[in-house]
Design a protein around this ligand. Structure first.
Ligand SMILES: NC(=O)C1=CN([C@@H]2O[C@H](COP(=O)(O)OP(=O)(O)OC[C@H]3O[C@@H](n4cnc5c(N)ncnc54)[C@H](OP(=O)(O)O)[C@@H]3O)[C@@H](O)[C@H]2O)C=CC1
Ligand SMILES: O=C(O)CCCC(=O)O
Length: 484
């Protein structure tokens, strides 16, 4: 049982049109603690008809919300931000219980999630239009920015709070309303955010949180003509399905999909900094982020030294329940995730890679996996081509800058990338050559609310966070006025 200071944050009902509702059928989905498999709660499995009711409520809520002054929306969002910060410990406890990440990391995510609300509460006041110098003397040309309308968000389990606020905050700031469907593994953090949104004064229907079977809920949201935009974070495979489902109604789309991040260490890098960056990038959230280093390319001159230093640090990473003090690596989310990590590892070993540290399920059992470092990785291995989404760092040896750029770009993904060099000229060359939406130079941590997060190629469409993030929820209306 999760112990909370404010037990009312643990909800087993959905927020629909300002009321907390269960499925009329009584159907539920079980939520389990990945650290020990215990049952934490049951949340509603809504029917398609119940999801449609939420869409109708959103349609009714849109105009009054969009009609508020931006300052009014900003004040309400600011209250939501403050309530999340005030309840950070409880939200972190819920998150660790359902997702498994260490408590300190969960608390960090809660504050990260809150930062998007604070940021977009401010950006709400800066949605400027334009006046364009006209090509004819008797014309005046203007550009208005208006909210897109009813929006939907489908979010993953790896960041149960931040992936919701990174979408809902800009949407609400712009004057849109939002329906959120969290991942089935992590609905409790989402519902708790709904409790605080209600308390902050976000009106009925403006932010709704729906739980249920993904195809049922997703099918109604993507098929509805009332829903004008979908924002999705998750796998590229599901992103493709949702894009196709949105095609008949030509919805706006933001897609934040899979990655296959290269992490490049050049001979002239600060090796200790590169090791720390690799730990931060690779092992955050037990390797379950779309921006995690997936392939570590290390130049031949420093390969052995880097491998040795990294393996020493990785072997010392404390693994355990997220609630235990000092733990840095929690369990993986489910058995399928564990099996994917194992199969990537077996494939790599069969093709000639060697384990330096880790390499198997952790003695704790359950969903725990040992933080692992592999050497001898090559491009024909699954670890080179697919997102492993677990605590396995495959090290690839390379000789030249040209060679590593070609290797790094040899993927259909283009989300995050990282490189370490002390050479400023090389830094410019490499940043310009990497076909990625985001590049970390001498750092393994790049995410924050003020920067544009997103990918190119099959890693997605659009940007979240930063002043670009609110544009995803705004339509551009051109107004041409003749003076005669
Ligand atoms: N870019 C990223 O941040 C993420 C990438 N991934 C990648 O995807 C792999 C698989 O993870 P997984 O959790 O299965 O990711 P998914 O892409 O399947 O799930 C992400 C979200 O999409 C929902 N969803 C899944 N299928 C549909 C559908 N047909 N219609 C509507 N919604 C749908 C899920 O709902 P529900 O949970 O209810 O099924 C969840 O809310 C990971 O190993 C990782 O490689 C995963 C998560 C995040
Ligand atoms: O993994 C994701 O889906 C989001 C990455 C988390 C972040 O750095 O914002």
């Amino acid at each position: 049982m999760v112990q909370l200071r404010s037990p009312h944050l643990l909800r087993d009902a959905c927020l629909i049109d300002g009321a907390w509702s269960r499925a009329s059928s009584g159907a539920t989905i079980e939520v389990h603690d990945p650290a020990d498999g215990s049952l934490i709660a049951r949340v509603p499995s809504l029917s398609a008809a119940e999801v449609s009711q939420a869409v109708e409520a959103a349609g009714r809520a849109f105009k009054p919300w969009a009609g508020l002054a931006a300052q009014e929306r900003a004040k309400i969002l600011r209250r939501w931000f403050e309530l999340i910060v005030a309840n950070a410990d409880d939200l972190a406890a819920l998150m660790t219980a359902e997702q498994g990440k260490p408590l300190a990391e969960a608390r960090g995510e809660v504050l990260y999630a809150a930062s998007f609300i604070e940021w977009f509460a401010e950006e709400a006041k800066r949605v400027y239009g334009e006046v364009i110098p006209a090509p004819q003397a008797d014309k005046r040309l203007m550009v208005l920015k208006q909210p897109v309308g009813v929006c939907a968000a489908i979010t993953p389990w790896n960041f149960p709070a931040a992936m919701i606020t990174r979408k809902a905050a800009p949407a609400l700031a712009a004057g849109c309303v939002m329906i959120v469907k969290p991942a089935e593994q992590t609905p409790l953090t989402a519902l708790a955010l709904g409790v605080l949104a209600e308390k902050a004064g976000i009106p009925a229907g403006v932010l709704q949180i729906l739980t249920g079977e993904s195809r049922t809920v997703g099918g109604v949201l993507t098929g509805s003509d009332t829903v004008r935009k979908l924002s999705f974070t998750g796998s590229t495979e599901v992103g493709r399905i949702l894009m196709a489902e949105c095609a008949p109604t030509i919805k706006r789309l933001s897609l934040e999909l899979g990655g296959n991040a290269p992490f490049i260490v050049f001979d002239d890098a600060d090796l200790d900094a590169a090791v720390e960056g690799a730990i931060a990038s690779k092992y955050r959230n037990a390797g379950q982020t779309c921006v995690c280093a997936n392939r570590l390319y290390v130049q031949a001159g420093v390969f052995d030294a880097f491998a040795e230093k990294l393996a020493a640090r990785v072997a010392a990473l404390p693994v355990g329940r997220g609630t235990e003090p000092g733990v840095l690596i929690g369990p993986l989310i489910d058995e399928a995730a564990l099996e994917k990590v194992e199969s990537h590892l077996q494939d790599a070993l069969a093709k000639g890679a060697r384990v330096v540290t880790g390499g198997k399920r952790h003695p704790l059992g359950g969903l725990f996996f040992e933080p692992t470092v592999l050497v001898g990785a090559t491009s024909d291995m699954r670890v080179a081509r697919e997102e492993t989404f677990g605590p396995v760092a495959p090290l690839f040896r390379f000789e030249t800058e040209e060679e590593v750029i070609a290797l790094a770009n040899d993927t259909e993904f283009g989300l995050a990338s990282y490189f370490y060099t002390e050479n400023a000229k090389r830094a410019w060359r490499v940043v310009e050559a990497l076909e990625y939406g985001m590049v970390g130079h001498n750092t393994g941590l790049i995410s924050n609310e003020v920067a544009p997060f997103g990918g190119v190629k099959q890693s997605g469409l659009g940007r979240e966070g930063s002043h670009h993030g609110i544009e995803e929820y705004l339509e551009v209306k051109y107004w041409c006025s003749a003076l005669r």
